[in-house]
Design a protein around this ligand. Structure first.
Ligand SMILES: *Cc1c(COP(=O)(O)O)cnc(C)c1O
Length: 401
């Protein structure tokens, strides 16, 4: 294998790294990255097998540990994120699960922002406390709350920004400083922003997690996840063994699909952001829309932080519909172009009603604490002509009059 990313020391820019970063060519000289759809590897002799498994000789031994196609994905993600190390996983949740569980032991403390992807809240609420880990939630926007929570020692802090489902902001550098002062490490779930719009490691985060299922695949095909960090030794010590022995390995086919998705990531994210801006402004002018939350609009309550740490408003919009759940359901059911789905970051525009789907497992009280009532819908703007998306929304909203 020839590591084509190492041809010279030239530092390529992100758009070029998305196409070339981490690429390896086999002796056949293929243009497109190869899919090594193999679970195992053969050795020329027993001595080599012994040396490989002992780690005394480089090389692949089993695809639960590492695989050439998966390695290309990990290397490309590391390069675009500016990370020292990356491990790809079978899904975004596998990455976050590892990020939360692998470092902690009974008696440790974890602090998290309250507004998170539903399954992250589930792990923090249900899993960690069972193993004797104390978990505390904080309003992600409230720096005083972070100061209070991080006045005691902490092992890990988890934030998501922009967050699910109301696109709240968390000040990454301020929370990173407070986390480090409390002796902990900051994990940022950067799915909504993508590495194109926001760079948590540069803002002080220690770990970044992705659901590659979202914008990175971007065409609704496969699941995948990744955990990236600045410290290659810590990745080895804390996560490599954990991932190897617990087995959330990504399929080489899925890794390949995501690799190909990365080639067009910047183009797609830029176009989605342009579209989302148009759709957000359109929604804000609709009489039956009570409020619009788009990180790129000045009327977003956390616009100051979003505009400091994100280079654009992103592809997601949340909006509140006059008339609560019934009206929200009527609008969703009247859409023809935009599909009802809890996925996001797709080429197709997708809409969901978080209170009854992605955030249904939260108690009423938990939902109230993140400001999520039944009137909110979350729209992931895709790659269609923005005018068609606006027409579809206008037609659906007109059913309320
Ligand atoms: C989708 C998502 C996840 C989980 O990723 P999967 O690939 O579905 O496991 C985690 N965090 C955020 C913000 C997400 O949008």
């Amino acid at each position: 294998m020839d590591d084509s990313s190492n041809k010279s020391d030239r530092k390529l820019r992100t758009a070029s790294q998305l196409v070339h970063g981490g690429g390896m060519r086999s002796e056949f000289g293929e243009t497109s990255e190869a899919i090594f759809l193999t679970s195992g590897y053969v050795y020329p002799d027993a001595e080599t097998a012994q040396a490989r498994l002992a780690g005394d000789e480089p090389g692949f031994v089993y695809s639960r540990y590492a695989n050439p196609t998966v390695k290309m994905l990990e290397d490309r993600l590391s390069i675009i994120e500016g990370a020292a190390a990356c491990r790809a996983t079978a899904s975004g949740m596998a990455a976050i699960h590892a990020a939360l569980v692998a470092p902690v032991k009974s008696g440790d403390r974890v602090v998290a922002a309250r507004a998170l992807f539903g399954s992250c809240t589930w792990i923090l609420d249900n899993l960690l406390p069972r193993y004797g880990v104390e978990v505390e939630f904080v309003d992600g926007y409230d720096l005083e709350g972070w100061k209070r929570a991080l006045s005691r020692p902490v092992k890990s802090v988890l934030i998501e920004t922009p967050s699910n489902p109301l696109l709240d902001a968390v000040d990454i550098s301020a929370v990173a400083d407070l986390t480090h002062a409390a002796g902990g490490e900051l994990i940022v779930d950067n799915v909504f922003a993508t590495p194109i719009l926001q760079r948590p490691l540069e803002l002080g985060a220690d770990w970044v997690t992705y659901s590659c299922t979202k914008h990175m695949d971007g065409q609704g095909r496969v699941l995948g996840g990744a955990i990236l960090g600045k410290d290659a030794e810590a990745m080895e010590e804390v996560f490599a063994g954990y991932l190897k022995h617990t087995g959330p390995a990504i399929s080489p086919f899925n890794a390949w699909t995501i690799l190909k998705g990365l080639e067009t990531l910047a183009l797609r994210v830029d176009k989605m952001c342009d579209n989302a801006r148009i759709v957000a402004d359109f929604l804000a002018a609709q009489p039956s829309v009570r409020a619009v939350r788009y990180p790129g609009r000045k009327d977003h309550p956390h616009f100051d932080i979003h505009s400091r740490q994100m280079s654009s408003g992103g592809s997601l919009i949340s909006f509140s519909i006059e008339g609560g759940k019934d009206a929200a359901f009527r609008v969703l059911n009247s859409l023809e172009l935009v599909s009802i789905s809890n996925n996001l970051g797709d080429a197709k525009s997708l809409i969901c009603h978080p209170a009854t789907t992605t955030h249904r497992t939260l108690t009423d009280e938990q939902r109230a604490m993140i400001g999520l009532d039944q009137s909110w819908v979350r729209l992931s703007v895709g790659l269609e002509d923005a005018a068609d998306v606006c027409d579809d929304l206008e037609r659906a909203l007109s059913t309320l009059r």
